[in-house]
Design a protein around this ligand. Structure first.
Ligand code: GLY
Length: 377
């Protein structure tokens, strides 16, 4: 399949900009840009789970590894390893780490081990996988989300965690010990039963009784409200179930990904710009380009799996991505990040900002379309 011109153009602009911004920010672990377009830095240890423990800290390394694979330039691997080295010290602090160790360590140590066989990275991956597996609540069949930050959330699980399961599948592949993958599958099965609604939409947070495992209720989380459909959550679900399908071949996961994909298809606006929540009021017209990039990645994986039958999903992924590439991207050096108009949550004040994981998923999705590099999940 020939790669379309808009994809090639975007990739060329990304190469030119990252050549400069990667050097400029080589000692940082960025999350978002400030009013001058400069990246912040999350390299310091803070006790509240921000700083070095912050859940998005793997995406800068992941972006650099993608550029390493794209360009063959060793320098990208060297800069990626600066983050990887720093992130190892989070294990000593420990309290800041949570279910998001998949995001943090798969895209840093995980990719390093996958691409280079670095033995030190392997230790980090297995350490993170053990921590994630240890968060499993066997009576409820779920991996606990977050730590004790907002009162009693011992019984909470979230749709986002579907992405972190890749760390567990990877640990089982490496060690030939099925315990990790078994935990991942039990969690994914719970998500099918307790998060995915009849219409194919997903809730963000589900609260369980941690002693009996009984589902208590769903919570609105980062979306508009209880019963709404936070678009980034739909994207985590779509992509996450594809990951579970890719690693297990279990058709239930593919079927669930299709249900979520079809729900989103029916709600994606004609211009391909994704709101924060598919059920938000028309005004204000708040967007989330980050959820858009993740959703596009999920669609492209689904399309790859379904071949000819998946054309509708390929078209959806391209439509979303083209809208980002052509109308929501800053390829200039005025801003360290690419993807604009990302939103943390419907009810937060951080709307239409940059977020480093949007850039990661944007580049990853373009790489899927151009057949560049490997699958990191
Ligand atoms: N996983 C948190 C978020 O998507 O904002």
């Amino acid at each position: 399949m020939t790669t379309e011109k808009w994809v090639l153009d975007a990739l060329e602009k990304i190469r030119k900009k990252l050549e400069i911004t990667s050097e400029k920010n080589k000692d940082k672990i960025p999350y978002k840009t400030d009013e001058n377009g400069d990246y912040d830095d999350n390299s310091d240890i803070r006790d509240d789970g921000s700083g070095l423990d912050w859940w998005t800290n793997g995406f800068w390394g992941g972006t650099l590894w993608r550029m390493y694979e794209d360009t063959g330039k060793e320098r990208y691997a060297e800069i990626a390893r600066i983050s990887e080295e720093k992130l190892k010290s989070c294990f000593d602090n420990f309290y800041g780490l949570n279910h998001d160790v998949g995001f943090m360590y798969m895209l840093t140590a995980g990719v390093d081990y996958r691409l280079t066989g670095n033995k030190d990275s392997l230790k980090t991956v297995l350490r993170a996988a053990n921590l994630l597996a240890g968060r499993f609540n066997p009576v409820g069949g779920y991996i606990r989300a977050w730590n004790d930050m907002w009162g009693n959330n011992v019984g909470w699980a979230i749709i986002d965690c579907m992405m972190n399961l890749s760390l567990l599948y990877y640990a089982s592949e490496i060690t030939h010990d099925p315990r990790f993958a078994n935990v991942a599958r039990l969690h994914a099965n719970t998500v099918i039963d307790c998060f995915v609604r009849k219409d194919g939409s997903c809730c963000h947070i589900v609260e369980f009784d941690p002693d009996t495992g009984k589902r208590i209720k769903s919570l609105g989380g980062q979306g508009f409200g209880t019963g709404s459909s936070w678009t980034r959550g739909q994207a985590w679900g779509l992509y996450g179930f594809m990951i579970s399908y890719i690693h297990t071949g279990d058709k239930r996961y593919l079927d669930t990904a299709v249900r979520i994909a079809d729900y989103c298809l029916a709600n994606i606006p004609d211009n391909g710009i994704i709101p924060i929540d598919f059920r938000q009021p028309a005004e204000p017209a708040l967007e989330d380009s980050c959820g858009a990039c993740i959703m596009a990645g999920g669609y492209l994986e689904l399309a790859r799996e379904l071949g000819e039958k998946g054309k509708v999903y390929l078209d959806a992924g391209k439509k979303i991505l083209k809208a980002i590439a052509e109308t929501r991207c800053d390829y200039s050096l005025d801003c360290d990040a690419f993807v604009q108009n990302c939103s943390v949550a419907y009810h937060s004040n951080d709307h239409h900002i940059t977020m480093n994981y949007a850039d990661y998923f944007f580049i990853e999705a373009l790489h899927k379309l151009a057949d560049i590099g490997s699958f990191y999940w």
